[in-house]
Write a protein that binds this ligand. Sequence first.
Ligand code: ACM
Length: 502
Amino acid sequence: MKIIFFFLVTMFVVGCEKTNNESHPANNSSASLDKQLPLIPYPRTVNRFEGDLELKATIDINNSAQGSPTALLALNRVLTKFNITQDNTSATKLNIQLTDDPSLGLEGYRLSIAQSIELSANTDAGLFYAVQTFSQLLANQDEHKPSLPNVEIIDNPTFGWRGNMLDVARSFLPVEYLKSHIDRMATFKLNRLHLHLTDDQGWRVEIKGYPKLTEVGGGSSVEGGRSGYYTQEQIRELVKYAQERQVVLVPEVDLPGHTQAAIASYNKLACDDVTNLTTYSGVKVGFSKLCLTKPETTYPFVKDVLSQIVELFPSKYIHIGGDEIKDPLYPEFIGRATRIVEELGRTAIAWEEGSVADNKTDVLLQLWNDKYDIQPALDKGHQIILSPCSYTYFDHGNYQGQPNTYDWCRKEGVPLERAYQLNPQQFSQVKGVESAMWSELVHTDETADNRLWPRLLATSELAWTIESNRDYKAFLLRVNSILPILDDMNIHYYSLPKLAGE
Ligand code: ACM
């Protein structure tokens, strides 16, 4: 009942948008938040003009976008999805072209719909995002009278890092889930999938020369969770799949703590007095570490692993973890590990605690405790990825007391509204925004969907949309109106009544 009500409210607002459009243009950027088109993340500038472009089952595509493989693949997928066939005699024209417009930057685009449909951008990425917006407009058509609103959209993201972290270490997520997740992320212009590949409960990536990491570490999981690992071939396949969707896979090997799975696989990695040398399926943190007083054992291991990680993942940034460990040699370890990454031609990311080390300033720091004093690191010149737990930890409840969720960071959980309230503009030197789904309590694909959606739509919007276009009520209306897109992608999102604030 409530679902129908909110759907009708949404239809009404969107309907008003379509009929009350005498002015010319009708909807300019932040001027009318209540009349936003049903798009997520909301574009920078939207000028709605009178009238609609009627759509037929055919379209004539004029492609001046050679060298834009991901955009053209995406456009083909969209046409197939909406049963539109290409026909050069069609009255509906779509021009997709590369342009040279500095104001659009590396990921921005222009999408205009009038007599014809025009998509332009400086890059393949920009055109890819133009196609995503086009697809969201297509999804919102009135099925009895297929048409698109006459509109000019000029768009550009706030941050280049629009991320989500999946903890595949505590409980494994299959390749097929990751592929769906990449598709879903790309639909909403998220572009960094951070894979937390190793932790106490599991080691999830094949490392040649260290077979026990996956035989032993890959065979364990948190209690009730899933074990497993990705072969190097599967990682390469995933990397390619993600590249085709403008998503960068950012690997994390969590070091030097959170390493029980590695120690259980190769006992020599532990200090000689350590007795807990077997796999672990509990949920405690902070009890394991690579032995930092055995550098002759520890650093060759770290170097071997990171060398193969770099071979597998083309990401400029490689995450070395660095969270939740106490050891007098910790700062030295982080400094050495970040330099190993640098010697391998990449740049390291560390969780916030890594800021105590003597790192080069291009090392990225990921803020996860709301109250952590990151200022000294900012003063040194580091950039940060924003993942403050009270806004972005999606292992916390969609509502207070949701079964199988955490509340250690915020007892009320992280409802959608809270997730939307993070204001990245309150921080400085921000590289981007990333929400995190830890999996101690997330053991199935359906539960993962429930924890991730619709809250990931908030991540998308915080990372892409300018502050003046963000408004929770307007966002919620748009979320409700794009639910068919989530349904179409078979997402088992957290259900609507509570989402509507019940
Ligand atoms: C973390 O939540 N330990 C990064």
